[in-house]
Structures are given as structure tokens and as C-alpha cells.
Design a protein around this ligand. Structure first.
Ligand code: 5HY
Length: 242
């Protein structure tokens, strides 16, 4: 296999297949000609992830999907949920790169703007994004986390008018937050990024697309998750299976 070819395991950590289809389509749109995208829907956990309990449950499904992707000898994994659930645990159990869409989107935003705001779904999930901003050392870059108060599984319902609501919230962010870019805070918004960017004439970043390009870059560089120190394989011991 030449270095630029790669197979990416794109995991939807919630159990909703229709959302995996949105994620997979966005990943394929972003992928280069030598990249194969394999979409996976979690087989364990919540139908949507909208809080800490959902995140905790979803982590089990993520780890199962990463193990399955490794058996399929994929070259990278993407955790396609804005909470990046199980990211470090996933990095411990595999040798290939693992990217979370929140980290990927924030890093992409930091390359094209000094400051950005995040626009996510429910107000109660803002704190999860805020924790990630701190964990990724992006406090200086992220000006605000906003929410449109549309439930994750309502994003694809026409009656939600999520495009219009997102457009208004993004406009308010660009006007009031002192930013240059927007990060979309849900994998279910992946299909809206290009349209919003065009309408707003400002970078609106979807973490699914960003993670695919970063994964391709890491594979192309021959970079794998380090097994020296912090992300070494878990210490062998008795563990109940899941
Ligand atoms: C996500 N929840 O990307 C997050 C978004 C959120 O089921 N997929 C989910 O609102 O936290």
C-alpha cells in the first residue's frame, strides 16, 4: 500500500444509523481519492449523546468500534461526536492515530483564525465543549460556546429549521464574539458547514471533514499513536468483557 492510501474507521458513538449516514457522507466528501471511509454505528449506549452520562455510556461503544476497526486493519480512527468520548482510552488500545472531531475542528479553526466560537446543540452540553477547550489548551482561541437548543436527533427534522437557526446564531457570534471562524459543535451538523460558510463568507468548520484530512496527513507522515509513556497499551489485568 502506498503511503497516501488509507482506510479510516469513522465511528458514530451514538446508536442512530441515520446520523451515521450524515457523518459518513461528510467524511466521504472530505476524503481524498486514495482514502476509504468505513462508517460504524456504535452497538452500545445512547441513541444520542447529550450529557455526561450519555458520554460515559458511549465510551464503551467507541472502544468496541476501535477494536473492531483494528481487526479490519484500518489506518486511523475518527470519533465522530463533539464530546470526543473515549478519545484517550481509544488511543491507549490502538497503534494507529485516533482523532476526535472536536479537537480536529478546534485545531483547524486555529489555523485560519485567531479566535473562534463553538455553536452546539443543547445548552446543557456547552460545559462538555468548555471542558474540551481547556483540555486542548484552546482557552485563548475559543471566545464562546453557544447553543441553538435543538436536540441532536431533531437536527435532521425539516420542522426544526436547524439551518436557519444555526445561520442566526453564527451571525450573532461573528457580530458579537470578536472571532474569525465558527466550529460546529455536533457531528449531526456536518452536512451544513459548506452552505453556512458560503452564506456567511467566513470559515464554518465541521470536525468530521477536518478529522478526515488530519487523519490522512498523519497516515501520510507515517505517524502512529506513541506507545512510549502516556498512551502505552493498558496494563494487563483481569477485566470483565463488554
Ligand atoms: C454529537 N452528540 O456530535 C454530540 C453533539 C452534542 O450524539 N453526537 C451526539 O450535542 O453534544
Amino acid at each position: 500500500m502506498t503511503r497516501q492510501q488509507c482506510v479510516i474507521n469513522v465511528i458514530n458513538p451514538n446508536t442512530t444509523q441515520s446520523m451515521t449516514s450524515v457523518i459518513e457522507a461528510a467524511a466521504r466528501e472530505s476524503a481524498g481519492p486514495a482514502t476509504t471511509i468505513i462508517g460504524k454505528t456504535s452497538t452500545f449506549g445512547p441513541a444520542s449523546i447529550e450529557g455526561h452520562y450519555d458520554e460515559a455510556l458511549a465510551t464503551i461503544g467507541v472502544l468496541k468500534a476501535v477494536a473492531a476497526g483494528d481487526e479490519d486493519r484500518c489506518d486511523a480512527h475518527i470519533i465522530a461526536c463533539f464530546g470526543d468520548p473515549g478519545l484517550l482510552a481509544a488511543r491507549e488500545i490502538t497503534r494507529v492515530p485516533v482523532l476526535g472531531i472536536a479537537e480536529a475542528a478546534m485545531r483547524a479553526a486555529s489555523f485560519v483564525a485567531i479566535h473562534f466560537s463553538i455553536v452546539t446543540t443543547l445548552a446543557r452540553t456547552k460545559v462538555i465543549a468548555e471542558h474540551l477547550v481547556r483540555n486542548y489548551g484552546m482557552e485563548h482561541a475559543c471566545r464562546k460556546v453557544r447553543a441553538v437548543d435543538v436536540a441532536v436527533l431533531d437536527l435532521d427534522k425539516p420542522e426544526s429549521n436547524v439551518r436557519g437557526i444555526l445561520l442566526d446564531e453564527c451571525r450573532a457570534a461573528l457580530k458579537h464574539d470578536g472571532i474569525g471562524a465558527i466550529v460546529l459543535g455536533c457531528a449531526g451538523m456536518a452536512d451544513l458547514a459548506h452552505d453556512l460558510s458560503t452564506e456567511l463568507e467566513a470559515p464554518v468548520i465541521d470536525g468530521v471533514a477536518a478529522a478526515v484530512k488530519f487523519a490522512e496527513a498523519l497516515v501520510g507522515l507515517g505517524l502512529k499513536t506513541s506507545k512510549y509513556g502516556d498512551l502505552a497499551f493498558p496494563i494487563p489485568k483481569e477485566r470483565s468483557s463488554f
